[in-house]
Structure formats: structure tokens, C-alpha cells
Design a protein around this ligand. Sequence first.
Ligand SMILES: CC(C)(COP(=O)(O)OP(=O)(O)OC[C@H]1O[C@@H](n2cnc3c(N)ncnc32)[C@H](O)[C@@H]1OP(=O)(O)O)[C@@H](O)C(=O)NCCC(=O)NCCS
Length: 121
Amino acid sequence: MLIRYKKSCEKIAMGLLSFMPLERNIKKLRQTMQDYEENPACQLFMWKKGEDFIGMIGVQTNGPVFTVRHISVMPSYRGEGVGQTMLEKIQEQMEPLEMHALEETRPFIDVYKEKRKAFDR
Ligand SMILES: CC(C)(COP(=O)(O)OP(=O)(O)OC[C@H]1O[C@@H](n2cnc3c(N)ncnc32)[C@H](O)[C@@H]1OP(=O)(O)O)[C@@H](O)C(=O)NCCC(=O)NCCS
């Protein structure tokens, strides 16, 4: 289930964010968290399975598009479709905005877009 980030899961959100290659530096990580907390265009969501938060996805809206800035899944839950499901759910949530990617998230989002094209055919 995709739920909006709350301050109470700050530590787990930071842990998940730190799996993004450009977020390994603690200063950068704190700055990113601050963006999500303070910039209304930036929104962070957590993926909850049972009682656990096992994934996160962070987006930024800009006119008719939203950009997936961060996406991360706990290593022990990877390869089970969580990442792709988060993209599906975030697209539903952001409708009618169009999903864009950053260089850091593009490879995984391209996989999602290809699968969606194949499904729509
Ligand atoms: C990328 C990430 C979110 C994928 O989450 P996941 O839940 O394991 O992904 P899913 O199980 O939904 O999807 C698996 C599919 O995506 C592909 N995939 C996984 N990681 C990928 C990546 N970094 N780039 C491109 N494709 C990727 C897999 O090959 C697989 O494809 P298949 O079903 O055709 O075999 C996860 O590996 C992660 O947290 N990585 C560290 C953070 C990161 O680098 N994020 C940015 C990635 S561009």
C-alpha cells in the first residue's frame, strides 16, 4: 500500500533513500529529506507491507508532468515486483500528469514504460 511520508518514518525513509547512488553522502541525504518536507512540489511516499515500510518513491510535480526523483526497495524484497507496483500506483495517484524520470531513475522507469506499452498493445 502506497502511503504519504510522515515524519515518524524519517529514519526508515532515509535508509531507503541512501540506496540511491547519489544519496550516499549524509549531507546530501539530509538536504533531500528537507526538500521533501518543505517544498510543496516534492512528495515522498512509502510502500507498506504488513507493518513494515519496505520501499519509497519520491516525486516532484512541475506543470503537466511529475518526475520520479527517487525510487528504492529494501534489498531483501527486491525482484518481487514492489518497484514496478510503486510506479503503477504513483501514476494512478498523479493522473493526469505524465511520468518523467531523472538520469538516476530512468533505467528502471524505462522498464516500466516498456512493460506498459506491451500491455496496452
Ligand atoms: C531499482 C529498484 C527500486 C527495483 O525494485 P524491485 O522491487 O526489485 O523491482 P521489481 O521487482 O518491481 O522489478 C524488477 C524488474 O526491473 C528490472 N530492474 C531492477 N533494477 C533495475 C535497474 N536499476 N535498472 C533497470 N532495470 C532494473 C529487473 O531486471 C526486473 O525486470 P524483469 O521483470 O524483466 O526481470 C531496486 O533495485 C532498488 O531499490 N535499487 C537501489 C536504488 C536505485 O538504484 N534506484 C534507481 C534505479 S534506476
